[in-house]
Ligand binder design. Structure first.
Ligand SMILES: Nc1ncnc2c1ncn2[C@@H]1O[C@H](COP(=O)(O)OP(=O)(O)O)[C@@H](O)[C@H]1O
Ligand SMILES: [Mg+2]
Length: 386
């Protein structure tokens, strides 16, 4: 019931109640005081009678032969004035409280209007603060701060969707163009058919990889996985998978000994994280370059270091390489089958395992990724089940 009444009305009622209480107490004190001080101090014979005639000694003092006055009437009049004053104070006070509450709540009304103006597509509105230092100013500031965060996140999501659509469009367009060209010929030769088939297969695989990465990066569903995973084994598997490009680029890979170093979490996801980093170290390396991987325990952490002698990353780009779809050289990455989701995925996996990743790089010389995992990390890790 109380919640249905406006805040302004509630404040007014509250003030009116307080005022009424105070006024009633004050009036009672007055009436009681008047009774005690004036009426009870009168000679005994005056009290209770409605009409008194002064005579004798009293009459001489007052230079009046006889004074007649009615105590009861005077008392009644006093009571009447007191009650009228009380009602007047209440009416005026309530009106003043209504006005003051309205003024005090005006900024809240403005805040509500601004919030109502904000639509799903335009998050640029902000509340005017005008140097207010009170609670309303604080509320408005918090609201504006929240809007900044919401709008930044909205922009990120928009960019993410646009990039995802663009990344999917490229292979689809390539397939469409190849099919159109093929359709122009009545009986295309087998070699041509084979070439188009290869293009379709490559682009299809690319899209599957992309959708798979997108799905993993955005999905929150999962079940708890808590496996013990040997880091050495993960690295050996990745090296095996990448053996072909390693050979083609004549790279030297050295994996330092790391006996008994175990991570806890999802084997599939940890293998994907280590594999993505390893793949980058191969992809962005120079011919006849090296990749050195080492790991050690230190202060309750397992620290892995993966260094390559590749093209490096310019200083100003380092902070952005963990953003989805960000690539220093887009055409180069795409030519190598990359979509810019590798590092965001690595970061996400590490964070879910309680770890973190940092990078140091010198352009045209080397790049070092440093991964930190908590030792004996028996936290619950949620991995996609679909
Ligand atoms: N080891 C590395 N050496 C140089 N540049 C790298 C390395 N790893 C990542 N990068 C840069 O970071 C970008 C993002 O990496 P990633 O998210 O794995 O995307 P992708 O490999 O699909 O391009 C890469 O495009 C590349 O420009
Ligand atoms: Mg990559």
């Amino acid at each position: 019931m109380l919640k249905k009444i406006s805040l302004r009305m509630r404040l007014t009622l509250l003030s009116a109640m307080v005022m009424a209480g105070a006024a009633v107490i004050l009036t009672c004190v007055f009436l009681f005081g008047a009774d005690r001080i004036f009426v009870r101090n009168l000679p005994q014979e005056f009290i209770g009678s409605s009409e008194i005639t002064l005579s004798g000694a009293a009459a001489e003092d007052m230079e009046l032969a006889s004074v007649t006055f009615t105590i009861k009437e005077a008392g009644n009049r006093f009571n009447l004035w007191g009650t009228a004053g009380l009602i007047l104070v209440l009416i005026l006070g309530t009106a003043a409280a209504w006005l003051v509450a309205g003024r005090a709540l005006q900024p809240l009304e403005e805040l509500s209007d601004t919030i109502e103006e904000i639509s799903g597509n335009d998050l640029s509105h902000r509340v005017e603060i005008r140097d207010r230092q009170d609670e309303i100013g604080r509320l408005a500031r918090s609201f504006n701060l929240m809007m900044d965060k919401v709008s930044a996140s909205f922009e990120r999501q928009k960019r993410f969707s646009a990039s995802a659509a663009h990344e999917l469009k490229t292979p689809l367009a390539t397939i469409a163009v190849n099919l159109d060209v093929l359709a122009l010929e009545e009986a295309p030769p087998a070699a041509r058919l084979e070439k188009v088939l290869k293009v379709i297969r490559t682009n299809n695989e690319r899209m599957i990889r992309l959708v798979d990465d997108l799905f993993r990066l955005t999905s929150e569903n999962g079940s708890i996985v808590n496996e013990e995973v040997s880091l050495e084994e993960l690295l050996a598997e990745s090296a095996e998978e990448l053996s072909r490009p390693i050979q083609e680029k004549h790279l030297t890979v050295s994996i330092g000994s790391m006996p008994g170093l175990k991570l806890t979490g999802s084997r599939v996801m940890l293998s994907r994280a280590v594999g993505n980093l390893f793949e980058n170290a191969v992809k962005y390396n120079r011919d006849y370059g090296t990749i050195s991987i080492s790991a050690r325990k230190e202060a309750g952490k397992i620290i892995m270091r993966m260094a390559d002698t590749g093209i490096g990353i310019p200083k100003e780009e380092i902070s952005r390489i963990f953003e989805p779809f960000y690539r220093v050289d887009k055409s180069r990455s795409r030519a190598m089958g990359g979509s810019g989701l590798g590092l965001p995925l690595v970061k996400d996996i590490l964070e879910k395992h309680g770890g973190n990743i940092t990078v140091k790089s010198t352009p045209d010389e080397s790049t070092v990724f440093i991964l930190e995992f908590p030792e004996n990390n028996f936290q619950e890790y949620v991995v996609d089940t679909e």
